[in-house]
Design a protein around this ligand. Structure first.
Ligand code: DC
Length: 229
């Protein structure tokens, strides 16, 4: 039997990485890990505990991380996984405004990144694995069989994120969403530790004018042409 493959999907916030990753995982019966959800869950823990990460030493941050267990559980109603923080389903809360505003700052910390990367590299790949984030193709799985780098026009990304938040009943303005995306893009690309970069051997996928079905077919075609499925 062929070795199960790994697909790394990186890109800016709200480019539809997780949506594509989920659709691919469902189609191919691969496992999917949303690494953004891991950073979000860590961020939620720090916020709830009222811990100011800027004032903590590396060993203090590591001690906090020792108290955090992040797990994923399949939710058949949504046909995707929910994120659990120390056994509590926090899927809704980690997508909220507070976490979204702080997560990219917190995820710049070296101690947090090394712990998350270590956990991600340990995920078992039994029958194919898809992981999405910012540093998957460059740091977590530099040898992934397929690396995608997703982009989209910034105005389209803002509108998509705004619609998504509206649909889930969150009260935000278009300006707030736009500012949040701008600052996350800046932090994600300018941090010292594993910044968001397009891996040289990745395939760029600009989905500004592609719907979900078109993106899925495009990637399935690439996988078939590369002999990976
Ligand atoms: O994909 P997302 O928007 O849910 O990710 C939330 C934040 O986590 C994002 O602003 C940057 C950070 N992140 C990261 O630094 N590295 C990853 N592999 C995934 C996410």
């Amino acid at each position: 039997m062929n070795k199960p493959i790994t697909i790394a999907i990186d890109g800016y916030s709200s480019c539809g990485k997780s949506t594509l990753a989920k659709a691919l995982a469902n189609r191919l019966n691969f496992a999917f890990v949303d690494t953004g959800a891991m950073y979000r869950a860590v961020c939620l823990y720090f916020l709830r505990s009222k811990l100011d990460w800027k004032k903590l030493s590396t060993s203090e941050i590591e001690a906090v991380l020792d108290k955090i267990a992040i797990t994923f559980e399949y939710n058949s109603l949504k046909n995707s996984s929910d994120t659990f923080l120390n056994g509590e389903n926090v899927e809704e809360e980690i997508r909220g405004k507070e976490v979204s505003q702080s997560v990219s700052e917190l995820s710049q910390l070296k101690a947090i990144r090394s712990r998350m990367v270590g956990l991600q590299q340990k995920v078992e790949n039994r029958s194919g694995l898809i992981m999405d984030g910012r540093d998957i193709g460059t740091k977590v799985f530099p040898n992934a069989e397929l690396k995608l780098f997703m982009t989209a026009d910034p105005a389209i990304r803002v509108q998509r994120r705004f619609n998504e938040l509206k649909r889930s009943g969150k009260q935000v303005s278009l300006e707030e969403v736009s500012e949040n995306l701008k600052s996350r893009d800046y932090n994600d690309t300018h941090r010292e530790e594993n910044p968001l970069r397009k891996a040289v051997d990745s395939i760029e996928l600009d989905n500004s004018f592609l719907n979900q079905e078109e993106q899925l077919h495009l990637v399935l075609r690439i996988l078939t042409e590369e002999g990976l499925i």
